[in-house]
Design a protein around this ligand. Sequence first.
Ligand SMILES: [Zn+2]
Ligand SMILES: [Zn+2]
Length: 347
Amino acid sequence: MNTMTAIWKTEPKQGFEIKDAQIPKIKDDEVLIKVKATSICGTDLHIYNWDAWSASRIGKNLPYIFGHEVSGEVVEVGKDAKGVSIGDHVSAETHIACNYCYQCRTGNSHICENVEILGVDRNGTFAEYLSLPARNAWVNDKSIPHHIATAQEPLGNAVHTVFNGEIAAKTVAIFGMGPIGVCGVRLCKLAGAEKVIAVDMNETRLKFAKDFGADVIINGSAEGVDVRKEIMDATNGAGADVFLEMAGSPGAMQDGLATLRPGGRASILGVFSKPFEIDVTNDIVFKGIQLNGVNGRKMFDSWYKSKSFLPKMNLEKLVTHKFKLTEIEKGFDVLLNHDGMKVVLEP
Ligand SMILES: [Zn+2]
Ligand SMILES: [Zn+2]
């Protein structure tokens, strides 16, 4: 038996195909992982829907296996693979860096110019087995259930964004209460933020934000709600010290910058579908703010921090749905209808 069940993207259009694949043959520096849990990320929804980004980035890779959030068990180790043993429970850092470009050689491999992303540029985790360079395997404590360990990847995104600057004693406005935003809320509270303001358009997601520790929740789609006024009121007219954009929405970006106090910090993780206007003069230059883009996780600083926060994150609550891998269509339905947070699939 050299074959496995896998979820393929075969055609440049919406959807996927479930069919057998060869179990990957590992290279000398790789490990073979038996997938125990894999979860659906926003990126997978883009690929499922086959939007403009997917077409331009992935079109040339078809057919291939997608998915990138994972927890599994190492079943084979290449002869040059270091730091990982057979039987280890591992998750995957999905950015496979080249280790020789300028960024990689100056401690910034998360923005490697030759990056290969798991489930985007090479076969991913929606399968029974997966090959991965050993240096990208993150060994988990065996006490962590696989359905929780797979959610560490988005937690890592939240860690990278929240800790891009000072957070203790700050007022923080976070836009976008998907799994990353909700993790962001909790991290800010655990790290000693004075007040966390959560903004979204969806009431269910805002309930999660409240459960995860948000002091103020603002529903931007509610009748008569002025997001900017609510944030200014919640900060005694000063504006927030820190603005975290996790929605990928032009409106969120504009509101967040407009309500950031002079000298504040804006960290942007959201991915926007197209360019849009912002008031650079008034909201960035004259306010003297610090603005930074956040990509992926800092390798492997974000992972060590995630490991430390994981026991206090209550990720169990974020995993709203579990399906068999072959029932993946149900998972996409849940997320496209905004009925769930994290959907975990088990082969
Ligand atoms: Zn992801
Ligand atoms: Zn590189």
